[in-house]
Design a protein around this ligand. Sequence first.
Ligand code: NIG
Ligand code: FE
Length: 387
Amino acid sequence: MTSLLLTGISSLVTNDPAHGGLLGELHDAALVIDGGKIAWVGQRRNAPATDAATDLGGRAVIPGFVDSHSHLVFAGDRAEEFAARMTGTPYSAGGIRTTVAATRAASDEHLTANVSRLVAEMRRQGTTTVEIKSGYGLTVTDEARALQIASQFTDETTYLGAHVVPAEYADDPAGYVDLVTGPMLDAAAKHSKWIDVFVERGAFDADQGRAILQAGIARGLQPRVHANQLGEGPGVQLAVELGAASADHCTHLADADIDALASSGVVAGLLPAIEFSTRSPYPNARRLLDAGVTVALATDCNPGSGYSSSMPFCIALAVREMHMTPAEALWSATAGGATSLRRPDLGHLTPGAPADLAILDAPSYLHLAYRPAVPLITRTLVAGRDT
Ligand code: NIG
Ligand code: FE
């Protein structure tokens, strides 16, 4: 592969502290891509000679977004449920069973095509890495196939057999936990990096969550948790107890939850498209950031609680509604997501890192929040290739 110089970059966000500030931003910059990796970054005037060069004419370049939380393997949608919420019906996780029925009935080809469509949608909006969960199958066969399909699109696959107790186990939740920790885990483990559980009233309690996550850990999966989404509860504390990579949602936090996150290194995943689509109060990211908690922003793209695939939308919401600065929001959508996925190789544009980046039709990353809902991403490169 030949080397490529991208020059004429008005603002280059490296996320490399060596360049100063939270974002390691360089102005009037250039970068060199070689063999799918970043080979050089610096001032334009110092750029080395290369085989080919492209002048970006004053555009901004940022690390590709790392979307650390999504549920893309499903069939159907729940647009009517969304419309009802907008006229006052509260969100209930009960709608998950509607999607479970549609997903079980769908063919492998249909589910694969739907994931492919959504991943393409994400790429057009600057996402270069996405985590994908199962959780709409909830049988041994359907969870294994969801993860097999997800693994065609990402290495960041998450087994979420413990999304809700499916209807056929309504009278035997303990039996369902036995299935999730037994035969379903056996079938899911080879396709999964992560294990997740929805710890919430109406889903799984702390003891069930602990048993499920520990079973996964014993099989080499790493834990992450859906925590404190619909009300205060034990999710964050369980994530901390088990050394989970992330506690995601974190919408309803007690002071003790923030203290526990701050002293543990568990990443708080904030998912503001969900608050938007469920008409819920947004979490206050400032409380977390001021306490020293690492924050990741992610879409949680799913057909129920929030069907947006857009990281720029999440950034705009985080800045407008969650008291994050534009720089903090961009960091959390890139390096924060990489931290949440325990991928130190991702989320920054430094020599040796994969050339995963987005080019904006704007002079600065500030425009991501300043110009909400405008399609500013003109190119998304993964390992140096246009997608
Ligand atoms: O992250 N909280 C649980 N799961 C999803 C919602 C799934 C659905 O409503 O279909 C979430 O919000
Ligand atoms: Fe989720």
